[in-house]
Design a protein around this ligand. Sequence first.
Ligand SMILES: Cc1cc2nc3c(=O)[nH]c(=O)nc-3n(C[C@H](O)[C@H](O)[C@H](O)COP(=O)(O)OP(=O)(O)OC[C@H]3O[C@@H](n4cnc5c(N)ncnc54)[C@H](O)[C@@H]3O)c2cc1C
Ligand SMILES: *[C@@H]1O[C@H](CO)[C@@H](O)[C@H](O)[C@H]1NC(C)=O
Ligand SMILES: *[C@@H]1O[C@H](CO)[C@@H](O)[C@H](O)[C@H]1NC(C)=O
Ligand SMILES: *[C@@H]1O[C@H](CO)[C@@H](O)[C@H](O)[C@H]1NC(C)=O
Ligand SMILES: *[C@@H]1O[C@H](CO)[C@@H](O)[C@H](O)[C@H]1NC(C)=O
Ligand SMILES: *[C@@H]1O[C@H](CO)[C@@H](O)[C@H](O)[C@H]1NC(C)=O
Ligand SMILES: *[C@@H]1O[C@H](CO)[C@@H](O)[C@H](O)[C@H]1NC(C)=O
Ligand SMILES: *[C@@H]1O[C@H](CO)[C@@H](O)[C@H](O)[C@H]1NC(C)=O
Length: 620
Amino acid sequence: MRWLISLVSFASLSTCTNFPWEKVQLAEKDIYPDVDFGNTHGARYTGPRCKIAPGDPGWPSEEEWDKFNQTLGGVLLKPVPPGAVCYAGDYYDADKCNYLLTRASGTRFYSDDPITVLTDWVAGNTCPVSRNPAGNCTQGGFPVYVVNATTVKHIQLAVNFARNRHLRLVIKNAGHDFNGRSVGFGALSILTHHLKEFEYIPEYTIGPYTGRAARVSAGIETWELVNYMDKYNITIEIPGGDTVGAFGGWIAGGGHNFLSSVYGHGADQVLAFQVVTADGRYRLVTPEENGDLFYAMLGGGGSTYGVLTSAIIKVHPPTPVTTVHLAFHVGSPSSTIKATETFWSGVWLYQSLAPALCDAGATHYSYVRKGAASNTSYTFDVDFHIPFLTPPQITALLTPLYTSLNRLGIPANLTTIPPATLPAAGTRPPKTGAGAAPGNVYFASRLFPRSNWADQAVYNTTFAAIRATVEEGGFTFHGVNFWTPRAVAGWPGTRNSIAAHWRGAIMHADVFDDGFRSLGVGRQTPEEFWERHGRLERVMKRVREVTPDGGAYFNEADVLEPEWQRAFFGEGYGRLVGVKRRRDPWGVFWAVNTPGCERWAVEEGRGLPTQDGRLCLTGE
Ligand SMILES: Cc1cc2nc3c(=O)[nH]c(=O)nc-3n(C[C@H](O)[C@H](O)[C@H](O)COP(=O)(O)OP(=O)(O)OC[C@H]3O[C@@H](n4cnc5c(N)ncnc54)[C@H](O)[C@@H]3O)c2cc1C
Ligand SMILES: *[C@@H]1O[C@H](CO)[C@@H](O)[C@H](O)[C@H]1NC(C)=O
Ligand SMILES: *[C@@H]1O[C@H](CO)[C@@H](O)[C@H](O)[C@H]1NC(C)=O
Ligand SMILES: *[C@@H]1O[C@H](CO)[C@@H](O)[C@H](O)[C@H]1NC(C)=O
Ligand SMILES: *[C@@H]1O[C@H](CO)[C@@H](O)[C@H](O)[C@H]1NC(C)=O
Ligand SMILES: *[C@@H]1O[C@H](CO)[C@@H](O)[C@H](O)[C@H]1NC(C)=O
Ligand SMILES: *[C@@H]1O[C@H](CO)[C@@H](O)[C@H](O)[C@H]1NC(C)=O
Ligand SMILES: *[C@@H]1O[C@H](CO)[C@@H](O)[C@H](O)[C@H]1NC(C)=O
């Protein structure tokens, strides 16, 4: 079937949709002043210095919220943080609190909770789940109202209401953002989590692309895509964690995947999408139609140009992937490696081969850690994901590494290559997506340019910074090696805003500050936080110094990344700000470290980088 024809002929009509629920749109009969559309022409923000929050004179009255809820057909929620059941007061419930403490993390409870996000500290830790809670539970940085969207109309109403009433607005999908972009003090939230439809299209044509495709709703998670891949015998690029939203934050920020070196990043998979913009209008976005949004919303950060409701994505033939695991360690009783220097030579060798392995299509995820108890124990492990290659080809590819490791005295075996799996690298359906629970990770990111591997001297300098980071103690170095230049991305990946330093990187690395896992910003005093953050900054400074042409990955970054504009968006930053200003002159959408966000800042009373504070104009 030639889908191009229908796309072109309906392109200019706002009724063009992927799914029936998208045909349910805001109509004239539902409109009253608070929910009327906006017009970007000559528009600007006309509200008070800070977005209106509960208690302010301009905050909508109960009657106004009720009217809004009626217009929404009753999908307005006013949720309290789940932990409220553990605190004395109206919500106290010992059984429910016990459930949260003992069993909820293995269920869909947190994924389906309308306000919970998987990084606790970003909302200020004002209501932690606890058997013996100290203090009171407050809403903190969590939004006050949530529109539980199942139609385009719900989203249009929320955008218009927030814009007309000068309310803070956030978008939450699967809640995996690490920097607090899906929460906000005093906010109205649009929940896209329940938009779940999927439709496989065996043949689809748009521009120069002809091939398999799928229509996907914004709320689909990784595990659901794994099941569709199995059902239709196809391969789709998916995020790493089972419950990550594939078409919310992942594609908006770029999105790496174990097939990145052959198919490009998550953003590169998108052929077209539908969006509600800041004026409340519903639009089709393709490389040609509303091309500024196509550019900005794929790689330029999401959450700030509009609300994506569905997309059409590339689907690949079933792609066999072999996963080879390699691990070695030194300094523990079971270690066969005797010298710390031998360990580091092994890691040096592994990392030195990244360009050759990625050129062969591999993408690999590795971890280098220092033992907690001694200064001389270290562990290394990696999963090589190798698509398409046969066992003899894999043997040929990896033998130079394994032989060199063996020569150093590092035991490593290539005798049995595990069988390739379809379609999702070893995960077998039906998967249930259970098991997401909030935590408190804190880390910083760096994109390492391929040019840092160009000769041994520069590679050695690069490697010395990696080694020093781990030797410092308390940090895990998590490297993701891929190679995704424009040629790998293909059309229309060439039209999106993934920065040149992403395209030229051979590694994205997360440097985890392991101490944060148990502490969490907000549970620490601000002094403790800033002292600890200073340590992370010291090691990151060394890493940045050896990668002056690098950057950082927006989706897996320190919220305090210095010069984040250049680090995340590179040369495209000015163009992205232009799209933001043109499409959203009111500043309806705001999320931390997104293009143009400098006009506003969160006034957080404790001086911590959380979202627990009013959003106010900065005067910039
Ligand atoms: C366990 C885990 C595994 C991960 N694995 C990977 C991985 O393998 N590769 C990788 O690249 N990243 C990975 N990430 C990072 C991931 O890409 C980001 O956390 C991403 O923000 C998740 O998107 P979400 O929709 O689930 O989260 P949310 O927090 O709901 O949304 C993220 C951001 O996108 C915005 N947004 C959401 N939906 C929409 C929409 N429909 N329209 C406009 N804006 C929207 C939100 O406002 C928010 O700013 C992982 C994260 C976790 C927690
Ligand atoms: C919205 O309306 C529905 C249906 O009448 C009701 O169940 C829900 O509690 C209302 N939401 C709020 C926040 O009042
Ligand atoms: C908790 O709330 C109660 C009732 O509002 C108040 O009296 C008390 O001081 C609060 N406790 C703390 C630690 O803020
Ligand atoms: C949100 O809407 C979905 C779909 O209608 C529904 O399954 C879910 O229970 C709703 N969530 C809440 C908290 O009401
Ligand atoms: C899946 O597709 C591949 C190639 O397109 C084909 O060889 C294989 O037989 C199919 N498997 C099933 C179970 O249909
Ligand atoms: C590790 O090294 C640091 C600095 O060299 C030292 O202060 C610390 O005591 C050492 N720890 C152990 C367990 O040997
Ligand atoms: C390597 O493989 C051989 C033969 O399969 C096996 O005897 C040996 O234990 C393996 N060594 C390691 C380090 O796994
Ligand atoms: C780089 O480091 C390796 C391993 O330590 C060493 O053998 C080599 O001589 C170094 N090369 C340069 C150019 O410094």
